[in-house]
Design a protein around this ligand. Structure first.
Ligand code: SAM
Length: 276
């Protein structure tokens, strides 16, 4: 039985299928997404339509595709860990450096479901890929190490679409844990929502539906640079959806000036490990 939160991975896969199927206008292609979205992804996408979320997931996917490519091009990193990998298929669709190993950490039932569906499509990873079945709220690093992870080597961590499902303490602990296993030269790609998004009357209905599904959004930050700096990560790139490099022809909102404190925001971040 999958955890309630794992169905949100089918939802993000459904959003990637929608983007992929825009033909010439698609900003990336994930040909596995439609199959990985089954059985509940499209239902959740429909239920939670509005607020530009489907387009946001496309923007986030592209930003992270480009971030991963850039970080691996510019740094000597061969160890990549997807934290809460969900139905992400980057090991099957991106180019990876020679000798790289990609770890995908998520709940055991999610990984089993993903394995079954990928096998049905005869999907072949383009990199050495290892599954790590964990509960990220527990002591999970030993499992990562057992799969071959070496904390003496620099790592690229990717935590996409995860942080808002954690409590503030769990989110902070998780990012500290990544730091504790990070050699000098490690990087992190992550996204957050703002505090305002967790309180805004405009997103109240959306948040109510998430609660109803047992997947409430709990953590947000209005100061991602300060938050990350306080736990050992130096932000090197920060974008909001709708900036020139993170725009999309279906994105309906303008970027609000940073000094305006009220608006709901999403942050897309690349950070470098600064030591703890
Ligand atoms: C919205 S999905 C994002 C998946 C993927 N990163 C993406 O962007 O498509 C959230 C993922 O977090 C995973 N997750 C949430 N809490 C977790 C936990 N405590 N331990 C392991 N995985 C967890 C879920 O199983 C699910 O795959």
């Amino acid at each position: 039985m999958m955890e309630a939160v794992s169905y949100t991975a089918q939802w993000t896969a459904a959003a990637r299928a929608v983007e992929t199927e825009r033909g010439d206008r698609a900003t990336f292609r994930d040909s596995y997404a439609r199959a990985l979205a089954a059985p509940r992804g499209f239902e959740l996408l429909e239920k939670n339509r509005g607020g530009g979320l489907t387009t946001f997931i496309a923007i986030r996917t592209k930003y992270l595709d480009e971030s991963i490519n850039a970080i691996l091009r510019e740094n000597d990193i061969r160890q990549i860990v997807f934290i809460a990998a969900g139905m992400d298929t980057r090991p099957f669709r991106l180019d990876w450096p020679e000798g790289a190993t990609v770890y995908e950490a998520d709940f055991p039932a999610l990984l089993a479901e993903k394995r079954r569906r990928l096998a049905g499509m005869d999907a072949r990873p383009r990199v050495e890929r290892r599954e790590v079945a964990v509960d990220l709220r527990r002591d999970w690093l030993p499992r990562l190490a057992a799969a071959g992870f070496d904390r003496a080597r620099p790592t690229l961590w990717i935590a996409e679409g995860l942080m808002f499902f954690l409590t503030p303490d769990q989110a902070t602990d998780l990012l500290r844990t990544l730091g504790s296993a990070s050699a000098t030269g490690s990087w992190l790609c992550v996204d957050f929502v703002s505090q305002a998004l967790l309180r805004s009357p405009f997103s109240e209905e959306f948040r109510r539906k998430l609660e109803e599904d047992g997947t409430p959004w709990l953590f947000g930050t209005d100061e991602p640079e300060e938050f990350l700096a306080s736990i050992g990560w130096k932000v090197r790139d920060l974008k909001e959806p709708g900036e020139p490099s993170t725009t999309h022809d279906d994105w309906p909102f303008e970027v609000q000036p940073r000094e305006r404190k009220g608006p709901s925001r999403s942050w897309l971040v690349r950070a470098e490990f600064a030591g703890q």
